[in-house]
Design a binder for this molecule. Structure first.
Ligand code: AMP
Ligand code: MG
Length: 328
């Protein structure tokens, strides 16, 4: 089964081709909206998606060596995400489904981050630390559903890092720039550490950092280093608590922040300490991508799920545990 996946929940428009039989990602085209300064304006990002969507789809087919007629299934990110952006991807997916006369399946973006880990690694029943721009959640499968065991009580870790980077005039996305500067940081600056049960809160550190930046007393490098050490320790702590609570012994990561080598190192240390396994993916599968949408679409379709065009409305606020999981 050849599936074309379409992703457009936020800054990235993605198109990918996945072969369900050989379990191979044949192509994974990622067109990300970036800026040198400032953040994302939803209508501008949606314009970007309109500009690149046709090229992304042609490129995905071309790189995979798949002709449109060979596609068996169209999967798209139905939510959660930014409405303006979701609508572009949904429109493209509906058109493909209608023109190719192939079934359509709407996929939950957060669940897709976990499913691609199960598809590409030996992990069978992992806990997912989903650390992306807008989302920060600890997700695992329990009693028939993907459930959120912990999450941010305010902003997502990526948005938190981006907003800190913006305050330092580093541009968007800020995460990679922070990671680079953090390598030259030497001093651990004390920042608020806020873990509440299996949840984290990042708003307090964000405010605290802005005051520290204004004071001019700290180097960029030390601040970046300290932000990583503090915020990532919080994430790893809640991921570990979820593993202990669910009795699961595999950890996987998802989301753009999962590309961070220091976060990966901290996860490895935690898993080694508790005799658990951690599995990593290539960065192209951590950032928002359409391969994970195609992979999940295939699983759902094989379990008998599909989304008629008239029920393919986007779901900007869909929650992970709203989804009925028929494929596990
Ligand atoms: P996503 O929403 O999953 O595509 O992830 C986007 C977020 O990942 C943005 O907030 C980026 O700043 C962040 N990000 C990307 N690469 C890194 C990195 N190496 N370290 C930390 N954050 C990163
Ligand atoms: Mg994401």
């Amino acid at each position: 089964m050849i599936c074309i996946g379409i992703e457009s929940t936020a800054h990235t428009f993605g198109a990918a081709i996945v072969d369900g039989e050989s379990r191979k990602v044949l192509s994974n085209v990622i067109k990300a909206f970036t800026t040198e300064e400032g953040g994302m304006v939803p209508s501008k990002v949606a314009d970007h998606h309109v500009d690149v969507c046709q090229e992304a789809v042609s490129e995905a087919l071309g790189k995979a060596g798949v002709k449109p007629g060979q596609v068996d299934l169209v999967a798209f990110s139905q939510g959660p995400g930014i409405g303006h952006c979701l609508r572009i991807g949904a429109g493209v997916a509906r058109s493909l489904s209608l023109v190719l006369k192939k079934p359509l399946v709407g996929v939950n973006h957060c669940i897709a981050h976990l499913e691609i880990c199960r598809f590409l690694t030996p992990a069978k029943d992992p806990v997912l630390l989903y650390a992306s721009g807008a989302n920060t959640q600890v997700i695992a499968f329990e009693s028939g559903k993907y459930r959120v065991f912990g999450e941010t009580l305010d902003i997502g870790i990526g948005n938190f890092l981006d907003s800190f980077a913006r305050a330092l005039n580093l541009g968007f996305p800020g995460g990679p720039k922070i990671e680079k500067l953090a390598k030259d940081g030497k001093k651990l600056v004390k920042l608020p550490y806020s873990v509440k049960g299996m949840d984290v809160s990042l708003g307090g550190i964000s405010t605290n950092l802005k005051t520290k930046i204004k004071s001019g007393e700290y180097s960029k490098e030390d601040l970046c280093f300290s932000v990583q050490e503090t915020a990532f320790a919080m994430l790893v702590e809640v991921a570990e608590r979820a593993m202990a609570h669910t009795g699961k012994s595999e950890l996987v990561l998802g989301g753009g922040v999962a590309c961070n080598k220091r976060l990966q190192e901290m996860c490895t240390m935690m898993c080694e300490a508790r005799g658990a396994k951690v599995f990593f993916l290539e960065n192209q599968f951590y950032v928002d991508n359409a391969a994970m949408i195609a992979v999940t679409g295939i699983e759902m379709f094989r379990a008998g799920q599909s989304t008629p065009v008239e029920k393919s409305e986007v779901r900007p606020s869909e929650r992970t545990d709203d989804v009925s999981v028929t494929w596990r």
